[in-house]
Design a protein around this ligand. Structure first.
Ligand SMILES: NC(=O)c1ccc[n+]([C@@H]2O[C@H](COP(=O)([O-])OP(=O)(O)OC[C@H]3O[C@@H](n4cnc5c(N)ncnc54)[C@H](O)[C@@H]3O)[C@@H](O)[C@H]2O)c1
Length: 219
């Protein structure tokens, strides 16, 4: 129960790695806010946590919308009185398109950067003031080993956003550290989640062949 009496917001926690963050924080005693754009999935995770004896609330959130992020912060403040932890995990990952720099649809590209990178700024700006009021907190941003992927790997904008997340993490850590809020990033390698379900087996086999343990990670 390391997180008893603590409040944690996890974005994109309707499935995959985010769902596991939410469930494990709840197992350790935290009240968890499932901030997710997919209503059905977000509610499912909150219900499961509550059903297992934990404490969770689903708040429908689009992390790419500053209004939605502020509404999330307002709801958390009124229902829980504050926040101790934030995991910026949400991203367009399942079903991601693979397009080249010269061919990518610009509307898609802009939305991708908003959801996968700028959202880290939007959610943090909405939530960090609540942590400050509590005297501090901790933020974890979800990066990826894809930040270091070779140019030419499909979905170049995915690597671009994770490089951006790394850079934002450093800048936010410097600024928020003065308010006793730690900011770090986690960069997992390829991990088995629903997002990989649609990826052809030969592509997965190829990825796994390049991994030291010869297998995908687990959440
Ligand atoms: N699975 C991997 O191999 C892997 C490896 C390294 C890093 N990551 C990163 O980990 C995180 C989770 O990955 P995953 O495999 O669980 O992905 P996933 O696609 O299974 O889950 C992402 C979740 O984010 C939600 N989401 C998408 N857009 C949103 C928005 N605008 N607002 C709120 N929620 C939104 C989705 O509905 C979904 O529930 C992502 O940041 C991903 O880039 C994944």
């Amino acid at each position: 129960m390391r997180f008893e009496n603590r409040v944690a917001v996890v974005t994109g926690s309707g499935q995959g790695i985010g769902e596991t963050y939410a469930r494990m924080l709840a197992v350790e005693g935290a009240a968890v806010i499932v901030a997710e754009i997919n209503e059905q999935q977000g509610q499912r995770v909150a219900d499961a946590i509550n059903g297992d004896g934990g404490k969770a609330l689903f708040v429908k959130t689009d992390v790419a919308s500053t209004d939605s992020c502020q509404a999330l912060a307002d709801t958390v403040a009124s229902q829980f009185g504050g926040v101790d932890y934030l995991v910026n995990n949400a991203a367009i990952f399942a079903g991601m398109r693979y397009e080249t720099p010269m061919e990518v649809d610009l509307a898609y590209y802009h939305r991708f950067l908003e959801v996968n990178m700028n959202s880290v700024l939007y959610v943090t700006r909405a939530i960090a003031p609540l942590m400050e009021k509590r005297g501090g907190g901790a933020i974890v941003n979800q990066s990826s080993t894809a930040a270091n992927m070779d140019a030419g790997s499909g979905g170049f904008y995915y690597s671009l956003t994770k490089l951006g997340v790394n850079s934002l993490t450093g800048s936010l850590a410097l600024e928020l550290g003065t308010k006793n809020i730690r900011v770090n990033a986690v960069a997992p390698g390829p991990t088995s989640t629903e997002a990989l379900a649609g990826v052809p087996k030969e592509v997965i086999d190829n990825i796994v062949a390049g991994l030291p343990l010869g297998r995908l990670g687990t959440t």
